[in-house]
Design a protein around this ligand. Structure first.
Ligand SMILES: [Zn+2]
Length: 163
């Protein structure tokens, strides 16, 4: 080891640069959608910017608009498929300062309602309702993939037609 490398501090690790961050649903050059495997909130999705930026305003305007457009699509598909009582959008990044948006459908019966999902639970899990949500997720993943591909991927129409 040379003196130069010995004095170089290790690069900080970023969970969203090093890993996908969940079950991959769709990705483009700019962003990816993953489904988080959250036990109490299984229909939580995360829209992750591919490049490591910390703040939404680090993106150029057109990229911000594309990100918002994708978030709207995801929200629309979740509302249509799951009919939640509320839809939470959040961008925090205090622990992982790599731009990502949480898209979290909420129900009055969920463990944290009406608080944020990061707050203390308000009640125990409703296993039957959680299981009913889980059973709808594979089809929802496919709908999300198709909607996002149609909006953002070149030639996506042909791919969807083949399915
Ligand atoms: Zn990162």
């Amino acid at each position: 080891m040379t003196a130069a490398t010995a004095s170089t501090p290790p690069a900080p690790r970023c969970a969203l640069c090093d890993g996908v961050g969940g079950l991959a649903v769709w990705e483009s050059d700019w962003m990816r959608l993953v489904r988080a495997d959250e036990a109490l909130h299984p229909a939580t999705y995360r829209l992750v910017w591919q490049r490591h930026v910390a703040e939404f305003t680090d993106l150029p305007r057109l990229q911000r608009l594309a990100c918002m457009d994708a978030l709207v699509l995801v929200e629309q598909e979740l509302r249509a498929a799951l009919q939640p009582h509320k839809l939470n959008l959040a961008s925090l990044g205090n622990l992982v300062p790599h731009l990502h948006w949480h898209v979290i459908p909420r129900w009055e019966w969920d463990a944290h309602w009406p608080q944020a999902v990061w707050a203390a639970p308000q009640r125990g899990p409703d296993d039957a309702r959680l299981q009913a949500v889980r059973e709808r997720l594979p089809q929802l993943d496919r709908r999300l993939q198709a909607a996002l591909a149609l909006r953002f991927d070149p030639g996506a129409t042909a791919q969807i037609t083949r399915e």
